[in-house]
Design a protein around this ligand. Sequence first.
Ligand SMILES: [Zn+2]
Length: 344
Amino acid sequence: MGHIRTVLGDIEPDQLGITLTHEHIRYAYQGSDTDHQQVWSLDTLAGQVAAVLKEGREVHHIQSLVDMTPPEIGRHPELLAEVSRRSGVNIVAMTGFFPEEHAIGIPFHWRRKSPDYIADMLVRDITEGMVYDNQLTPYKAGILKAATGGTTSTELDPSKGPTPISPLEAKVICAVARAQRRTGACINTHTQPEDYAYLNPGIELLDLLERYGADLSRVIIGHSFVHPNIEQLKAIVERGACLQVDHIGIPWQNDSQESLDELIANAVCQLTDMGYLDRLVFSYDRFFSYAGSPPSAEDPPLLNEQVPVGYIFDNFAHRLEAKGFGKAEMHQVMVENPRRLIAF
Ligand SMILES: [Zn+2]
């Protein structure tokens, strides 16, 4: 096995430890950077986030996390590095974009570029360093992101059904597949949870990644457990891809945390019984801060902030254990699977 590329440099796979595979150190919608109520200092924000992560490391032994925040939603390489330095938690940064419609992903500059031009940027993020505010930083990305699914049709008008993968998203997915072939990086993904009520967005995305030559055994399909449907999940792992069990403890698109956790836990155990334990990873999709943090009074409540950093270990693990999913299974899912997937 090769190495893991964190923002503070390469580490050995054995140093990865317990890993959350999809989190957000800072989540910031476009426009928040010109809001007087969101002026922030790197020193203060890094201190606040690092304190939470340090607790995660000391109490729950969280050793690493993957920050899946794309540049247009607030990826800040220096903040990631500073949080990692202060908390002692390894942070792997992503390169890629958000879905076209969801929070307006894929900035206009990139919409006009060819797949090869975009692939060059993705590769250079991984091999040279990420660019921030037109400056090359010394901090490298360690994972690719592919993203699909709008919010307009299903969130605002469920009767319309999901938006298929747009031509722009397809162009980025092509670039991501090419960047994976050049670097060997893992691809983690955003699929739109509501869309699973209409089709299988995981399969739709895998079809396209495969057509462009990606290695599906190094692809993680994210957000497919928010409305867990065992037939859909099984179809995804049967293609050779992995599943990210996320939104654990987050009452998102579901009436309560308890009932969602129970549905997720049952699906995890069913997949394990089918022999797919080596295809699962766990995460929250937690926002460790929003823009200038704390959000202003007018911001809608961000459900993704409202989960304790130790929830998987203090709460969800016990729910799984009662169903026969014990410590060895947790180790496989939280340590061994991320290590295999994220290592180059
Ligand atoms: Zn996310």
